[in-house]
Design a binder for this molecule. Structure first.
Ligand code: ASP
Length: 356
């Protein structure tokens, strides 16, 4: 009698466990990890020395350091590139954006985490923010310490990125970066420190939120156009218009504008002083570049915060310039490249800089 009772009890227990395992398996979402290199995949000679090579280990090696992500998602990994992000380029951007769009159009894929070097992460994040055609979460993640360092920050950042990618609250927020327990928007991303693990900030708008105990907590949402509400589409493109950035400083001359004109660039972004001001020599050369060569010019600023506003010290309409508002020179370059896939009318470009 007693033994048949315990037999039944064990049977019921086993059934409950199997059912709950099944439910758990059903609830786990599929997240793709696309790897591009960077310090997060970097390898040093020892755990303490500074010298290391970015983009040295494969995505599968990298993920071995954070087995816990398998508890929260079904993980699939692909190596898209393995470079230091100082060498990030249009070809990888196009490949990445196309792959993200392909994967997110599959109903069984819930989100994407992209491992990426921190040096140009803000540019890639913004490029994807404007070219991904999906509401599903896309999270970029990097690290400031190589995978071989003591207290490497990569594994925790990857865990938090996957945790953010699987959360329903993360849908429709545009491309994000998760690092140092912060969730940052691609709309205002800046690397602010050359070495610190807390390097990324949203200096104008503040972070989107934090990751706490493996759960995202959002505190702001972007008002800028992005992802499925973006007018840009690179899915059929295999090349992007060339846009260069030219810095202003005391005594800056027309030297680099002349070089840009000779190189047949399609657009120039200025990293001006103050509210996007530029030397008179630069201004005259840029005005000629617009008038004589049809080059699109966007004024931005080398100052980290505040807008490069229209209608202040530079008569943009008189020269055919656009002002970048809250986009720094690096995001402005990305936006101008995409704008130029559609138009080089400065009024249209100005509208885009107000909306994105
Ligand atoms: N140079 C590295 C890179 O951007 C730095 C990093 O990842 O932190 O790939």
């Amino acid at each position: 009698m007693k033994s048949s009772f315990s037999y039944k009890f064990l049977w019921v227990l086993a059934t409950i466990m199997l059912v709950s395992l099944g439910i758990n398996a059903q609830q786990k979402k599929t997240i793709y990890i696309l790897a591009t290199g960077g310090t997060i995949a970097g390898q040093g000679a020892t755990e303490v020395t500074a010298g290391y090579k970015a983009g040295a280990i494969s995505v599968n090696e990298l993920l071995k350091a954070v087995p816990e992500i398998k508890d929260i998602a079904f993980i699939k990994a692909e190596q898209v590139a393995n470079i230091g992000s100082q060498d990030m380029n249009d070809d990888v951007w196009l490949k990445l954006s196309k792959r993200v769009n392909e994967l997110l159009s599959q109903s069984d894929v819930a989100g994407i985490v992209i491992t990426h070097g921190t040096d140009t992460q803000e540019e890639t994040a913004y490029f994807l923010n404007l070219t991904v055609k999906s509401e599903k979460p896309v999270i970029l993640v990097g690290s400031m310490r190589p995978s071989t360092a003591i207290s490497a920050d990569g594994p925790r950042n990857i865990y938090n990125a996957v945790a953010t990618a699987v959360a329903t609250e993360s849908i429709g927020r545009g491309v994000m970066v998760v690092m140092d327990d912060k969730i940052l928007g691609a709309d205002d991303l800046a690397k602010t420190n050359t070495l610190s693990v807390g390097t990324f900030q949203n200096p104008n708008y503040g972070p989107l939120g934090i990751v706490y105990n493996g759960k995202p907590i959002f505190t702001r949402q972007t008002l800028k156009r992005h992802t499925s509400n973006s007018e840009f589409d690179v899915r059929a493109l295999d090349k992007l218009p060339r846009v260069e950035i030219i810095l202003s400083y005391s005594n800056a001359t027309d030297l680099f504008v002349d070089a840009a004109v000779k190189a047949h660039v399609k657009g120039i972004v200025t990293a001006g002083v103050g509210n996007g001001n530029i030397t008179t020599a630069l201004q005259d050369a840029l005005a000629k570049a617009v008038k004589n060569h049809g080059i699109a010019v966007v004024r931005s600023s080398r100052i980290m915060t505040g807008p490069t506003a229209q209608w202040d010290e530079v008569a943009d309409d008189q020269y055919g310039f656009a002002a970048s508002w809250f986009n720094n020179p690096y995001r402005s370059r990305v936006l101008l490249m995409l704008a130029l896939t559609k138009t080089n009318d400065y009024k249209q470009i100005q509208r885009m800089f107000s909306e994105y």
